[in-house]
Design a protein around this ligand. Sequence first.
Ligand SMILES: [Fe+2]
Ligand SMILES: [Fe+2]
Length: 172
Amino acid sequence: MKINKKVEDVLNKQVNAEFWSAYLYLSMSAWCESKGFKGFASWMLVQFKEETSHALKIMNFVISRSGEIKLQPIKAVETSWTSFLNLFEETYKHECKVTEMINSCYEVATTEKDYATATMLQWFINEQTEEENNALEIADKLKLIGEKSGGIFYLDKKLGSRTFVDSTKNSE
Ligand SMILES: [Fe+2]
Ligand SMILES: [Fe+2]
């Protein structure tokens, strides 16, 4: 069954939001790199790749349901932050905004009785809980560390070990 028009529209908007997220994290990665913190930069780069894979995951789904993808311009993102704590607090706020968007996609899908889309979106609902928690956990650590540079260097090293898992290749 061809995808419903209203559902197709909100999913297209979500594709844009995922690319916008990717763009934001790429900007954050560049900021970390310019400050000389390679671990933070690499963590943000993994985040950029994850968001890109989210956009692709939705695109693939729309196409598999004979829907149309209409890529729109990506709005500008911030380019500087006041501290690493500020960076992760903004990350958390951003993820909460994206969660709201995913929730409204889910609402449209269920109102339109498009259960295939609702099922696909369930993966994203779980993913958002994880993303919000990740950002909060790091922000909490940064609050504990405060201005102690040793702690920031330790966290930088730790975050640098994060690896990218392509969500378009499996259901995890
Ligand atoms: Fe995402
Ligand atoms: Fe995200």
